[in-house]
Design a protein around this ligand. Structure first.
Ligand SMILES: *Cc1c(COP(=O)(O)O)cnc(C)c1O
Length: 230
């Protein structure tokens, strides 16, 4: 058996170093950037190892998997829902997620406001913006951000926290994240509290940090290539 914890420790340390280096290169403080480790398709035992290595934020992209895994973890950490969200899953996501990154339709905003009403703690919500002109991809067009954010900002149990984006596949991520930075600057003139910028994955987090990411979502660089189930 390989020493899984040792393996994760090495990869985590490497990624933390790369985040710090990217921050310094951008004249930012490494502490300004939060690492969300994306544990989708990996078992709860990996989450336990990561917690023992100081990880406090974990991301999942499927409701069922996140619900199950979070129920197996006793420590109180922050669970981030980063996947495409369906309206009929909002209620269950709210039972385990502390942060939802991927609200990209007004109907999801309304459903979150409705379902968050009974919570004892606020849920943080990010609006996902599309950096892609191709239709059908995840993320709202920038013209729709304000309407979605206004609906969220109306609720006392929702904390509108910022924007989330994924760089388009066929574009230089630096160009995409530069666009995101300017979209966020506009957005913040209406929603000054929305300071989080969730951007950057294993392949492009240095570029995201260069253009202002506050939260990077990193999976495979830390956990290895994802096993596929079924
Ligand atoms: C899977 C996933 C990630 C992490 O991707 P890696 O390339 O494994 O780092 C980040 N963000 C979202 C939305 C994802 O679905």
């Amino acid at each position: 058996m390989t020493d899984r914890r040792g393996e994760l420790a090495i990869q985590l340390e490497k990624v933390r170093g790369e985040i710090a280096a990217a921050a310094r290169a951008a004249h930012r403080q490494p502490e300004e950037i939060s690492l969300v480790v994306v544990t989708k398709n990996f078992p709860a035992s990996d989450v336990e190892h990561l917690i023992s290595l100081g990880v406090s934020d974990v991301g999942e992209n499927r409701e069922q998997e996140g619900s199950l895994k979070s129920s197996e973890i006793q420590s109180s950490i922050n669970w981030h829902f980063i996947g495409q969200l369906q309206r009929n899953k909002v209620k269950s996501v709210l039972q385990w997620a502390d942060v939802i990154h991927s609200v990209d339709r007004i109907e999801l905003a309304h459903e979150i406001v409705k379902r968050a009403a009974g919570r004892s703690q606020k849920v943080r919500v990010l609006v996902q913006v599309s950096l892609d002109s191709a239709p059908g991809r995840a993320g709202a067009p920038r013209e729709e951000l304000n309407e979605i954010a206004s609906a969220l900002a109306n609720s006392p149990m929702v904390e509108l926290s910022g924007l989330m984006a994924v760089a388009p596949l066929l574009e230089d991520p630096r160009a995409a994240f530069q666009r995101l930075q300017s979209i966020q600057a506009d957005f913040m003139s209406d929603f000054p509290e929305a300071v989080w910028c969730s951007a950057g994955m294993s392949g492009d987090f240095a570029a995201a940090i260069e253009f202002g990411a506050t939260h990077v979502r990193i999976g495979s660089s830390i956990l290895g290539s994802r096993p596929t189930f079924g």
